[in-house]
Ligand binder design. Structure first.
Ligand code: GLU
Length: 471
């Protein structure tokens, strides 16, 4: 048997971290067993679904690297098939037309409430012999009246539902369009799903879906309902807690592997190991080991993981992700300056996020337009003028443009002027970065190149002269 799992988002918004974690669990499970992972877009709610959301979900999946073996399938393209199954259920006596009007249903529920019963459809159209004229009926599934349904859930254990608690579910609306629980069953059946891994907000749908599977004489898939993610205040994670969209984590400078590593640990563990490569996860993950209880999102830990991955990943890999952030700043690293992977090598020990790294690397590609006020006040005073001029001359004639000779010149300048090396390095740093933050100066200048270094120092010289005359 080939293990087949799916991710079945409704395209009513972006891909959020909860959905991404469910997708990750399904993906890992399929990969672990050499199975197949399917993407299915559940877009039957036409009012709430949008193409924009579909694209946002696909973008999120791609960014995370959760590649699917089949799909995306779209439920809106499968209406003929759903109709076929609805007709089959009608013909075999497992579904029936219901002509009850909204008023009738409301009255029924009110009466039930008054009699202290749980409001539910009482099945009054089950035995209608003749259709009612002038009413477009819905179609209801004939849920078994007696007995119970057990959801054999690998995360939650056996969850038993009494059939007497489940009323006859509407499976087709008056316009004939199928409803959610029907389409999910037909798809899980047709797409040969062996495992349904999804959020535990769907646990209550499972007994209904199992009854439909049984009516169709089909095998019921294995269920795994994974608990939700909570915010740090214990409430269900939502926009209120800040970023919940997967792509907003890219925007904030996280690497996809950091987010994946973080998400997998929310509700799953392997001893006290915190850092996992994807290969390790594929090997170690098992949906049976997912916690029953909800877990809380912790941004500090995500940040810690991100820093770890930034420090330890191949520079080319980081450069690939960093180039998007440079593009956001109007920079094309391929044409505008040094190889981005060389910049990464200098920066990767120093940044917690790619946003931070990008901001601190702009100067490699764009000429500094403004100096940070505090940095300039401290380091580009009149005293810096001679230092800058001296260094300009030294660097101009330096034969070998490399870190060591550059370092030697900074040192020689400081010795000759009887000032600390910082008094030489900091004005240059402000001249080239606009600020006081950069990797070691010799390595930075080496990468920046002679021409850009000299023109930045020259620009600073003019600035110091002018600001002095202005005063
Ligand atoms: N479309 C449902 C959702 O986005 C998921 C249904 C399922 O996984 O069975 O919540």
């Amino acid at each position: 048997m080939t293990i087949r799992t799916r991710f079945a988002p409704s395209p009513t918004g972006y891909l959020h971290v909860g959905g991404a974690r469910t997708a990750l669990f399904s993906w890992l499970y399929a990969r672990k067993h050499g199975g197949e992972f399917v993407l299915r877009i559940e877009d039957t709610d036409l009012e709430r679904s949008s193409e924009e959301s579909v694209n946002a979900i696909l973008e999120g999946m791609t960014w995370l690297g959760l590649e699917y073996d089949q799909g995306p399938f779209f439920q809106t393209q499968r209406f003929v098939r759903y109709k076929e199954v609805i007709t089959q259920l009608l013909e075999q006596g497992d579904a029936y037309y219901c002509y009850c009007s909204k008023d009738e249903l409301d009255t029924m529920r009110e009466e039930q409430r008054a009699a202290k019963q749980k409001p539910r459809y009482d099945g009054r159209c089950r035995h209608l012999k003749k259709p009612k004229q002038g009413v477009d009926p819905v179609i209801r599934f004939k849920n078994p009246l007696e007995g119970s349904v057990t959801v054999k859930d690998v995360v939650k254990g056996d969850v038993v539902f009494q059939n007497s608690e489940l009323d006859d579910l509407v499976i087709a609306r008056p316009d004939g369009s199928p409803t959610y629980n029907l389409t999910v069953v037909v798809d899980d059946l047709d797409m040969a799903m062996t495992h349904v891994i999804r959020g535990d907000d769907h646990l209550n749908n499972s007994p209904r879906q199992i009854n439909i599977f049984k009516a169709l004489k089909a095998d019921v898939p294995v269920y795994a309902h994974v608990p939700m993610i909570l915010g740090d205040d214990g409430a269900r994670l939502s926009k209120r807690h800040g970023a919940v969209s997967v792509m907003s984590y890219r925007d904030q400078g996280y690497l996809p592997e950091a987010l994946l590593n973080y998400l997998v640990r929310l509700g799953w563990s392997h001893g006290d190991q915190e850092i996992f490569t994807i290969e390790e996860l594929i090997q170690l993950f098992d949906v049976e080991d997912v916690n029953k209880a909800a877990s809380s999102f912790n941004t500090d830990k995500l940040l810690w993981l991100n820093q770890h991955y930034i420090k330890t990943s191949e520079p080319e890999h980081i450069a690939h992700h960093l180039s998007w952030h440079m593009g956001q700043r109007g920079i094309d690293p391929v044409t505008d300056g040094p190889a981005l992977s060389d910049v990464v090598k200098l920066q990767q020990e120093r940044a917690k996020t790619l946003v931070e790294m990008a901001e601190n690397s702009v100067f490699f590609y764009l000429v500094v337009k403004e100096y940070d006020e505090k940095a300039a006040r401290k380091n580009l005073g009149l005293a810096s003028l001679d230092v800058l001029k001296d260094m300009h001359q030294r660097l101009k004639v330096l034969t070998d443009w490399a870190a060591e000779p550059i370092h030697d010149e900074i040192k020689a300048c400081s010795v000759q002027r009887e000032i600390g090396m910082g008094k030489v390095a900091q004005p240059i740093r402000v001249a080239i970065t606009g600020n006081t933050i950069s990797p070691p100066l010799d390595a930075t200048l080496t990468l920046l190149g002679r021409e850009r270094t000299l023109s930045a120092i020259q620009q600073a010289i003019i600035w110091v002269e002018q600001s002095h005359t202005d005063n």
